[in-house]
Design a protein around this ligand. Structure first.
Ligand code: 5GP
Ligand code: MN
Length: 343
């Protein structure tokens, strides 16, 4: 990680001092990094800075992440409350998203507000023009890691992880753990240093792992088995894809977040270079893409699925009838675009 600028750190700290009411937001379909980084900001800003702060998320994460969401307003079913809080805020912090667009229905409220806007993110291509202060660093595992190193520079923390509120420390280790897929991807020397300092500060990693990975519903495991055995296709050029149709979602009662991680599985096959998971939604498929080194998931997400993300882990959308006439044309679309993309 490049060193954080002293001027930016001081500016962030001054903004927190000045703020009366703070909104912390992250992206739609929040993952562990979004839930963890917003929870950590909440604990730090409320407990150490004594400010009135709320986390607002566009919609719900998977049930296994709800232990990080005690202080969240979910805009999907508390729209009025979310709107009023944003309108009354004088500081808005967006974390774990590179563009305001990724907050979906919150974007227009945030743009209409006169509050100062700060961005903390680890994706490429941050939307700098919409924020007065930007912490953007791609050489870290997660937004949680970037936030950890920012908090270490704060005057009241003085590089001592034990000075973080306990909930913040736990949330940071949780979000980093999910974004690295439990230390399997995007691990930097600084990532291990962060983990080491948080463990030393007394964070219970076994408890975090139990929350994150040992509390799934049975149907998640059964539906993942079904998808791998019956629905995974592999093209001659090494693109693996799976389509989780509405019918399959209903049959297995698949809920939000319950296909998380499935897209990684086909990469374990030697000949697979890129893996694509499509999950049917209203008028579109949500698209998850993972690739091996040398193949850019991000390029494919950007050029064919209206999305983006990281070099080897990206996402986007496939709309019908705009991109394909109907949901049943998704497989042919993927075969075509990957045949063209994988030279
Ligand atoms: P996932 O496949 O886990 O949903 O997302 C993987 C990565 O792609 C994440 O870093 C996420 O931020 C990014 N991503 C997912 N969906 C979208 C999208 O619709 N647009 C953009 N720009 N990035 C996305
Ligand atoms: Mn992230």
């Amino acid at each position: 990680m490049e060193t954080l600028s002293r001027a930016d750190i001081e500016s962030f700290s001054r903004s927190l001092d000045r703020a009366r009411r703070v909104t912390v937001v992250s992206h739609t379909h929040p993952d562990g990094d979004a839930a963890g980084s917003t929870a950590a900001l909440f604990s730090y800003i409320s407990e150490r800075r004594g400010k009135d702060v709320k986390v607002i998320l566009p919609d719900y994460p998977s049930d296994t992440l709800l232990f990080l969401c005690d202080n969240v307003i979910f805009a999907s079913d508390h729209a009025k409350e979310a709107e009023a809080w944003i309108e009354g805020s004088d500081l808005i912090i967006l974390i774990d998203a590179n563009e305001l667009r990724r907050t979906e229905q919150l974007e227009s409220l945030i743009r209409a507000s006169s509050a100062q806007r700060i961005l903390i993110d680890h994706h490429v291509g941050p939307e700098r023009e919409s924020f007065s202060l930007v912490f953007s660093e791609t050489e870290v595992s997660s937004a949680c890691e970037l936030l950890f190193w920012i908090l270490m520079e704060m005057p009241d923390i003085k590089a001592d992880a034990a000075a973080l509120p306990h909930d913040a420390a736990r949330a940071l280790l949780s979000g980093m753990t999910t974004d690295t897929n439990n230390f399997a991807n995007s691990v930097f020397p600084t990532t291990l240093e962060m983990a080491s300092r948080l463990l030393e500060a007394g964070v219970d990693r076994d408890d975090i792992l139990d929350h994150l990975y040992n509390r799934y519903r049975e149907n998640r495991i059964r539906s993942m088995g079904y998808m791998q055995s019956e629905c995974m296709r592999i093209t001659p050029k090494g693109a693996a894809y799976m389509i989780v149709t509405k019918e399959i979602q209903e049959r297995f009662d698949i809920r939000e977040g319950e296909t998380e991680g499935l897209v990684n599985v086909p990469l374990a096959i030697g000949k697979v270079r890129i893996s694509i998971l499509l999950k049917e939604d209203e008028g579109h498929f949500r698209v998850s893409i993972r690739s091996k080194r040398g193949t850019s998931a991000r390029e494919l997400a950007k050029s064919r699925f209206h999305g983006g993300g990281h070099e080897m882990a990206s996402g986007g959308k496939l709309y019908f009838p705009e991109d394909i006439p109907s949901p049943t044309d998704a497989a042919a679309y993927i075969e075509n675009v990957t045949d063209d993309f994988l030279k």
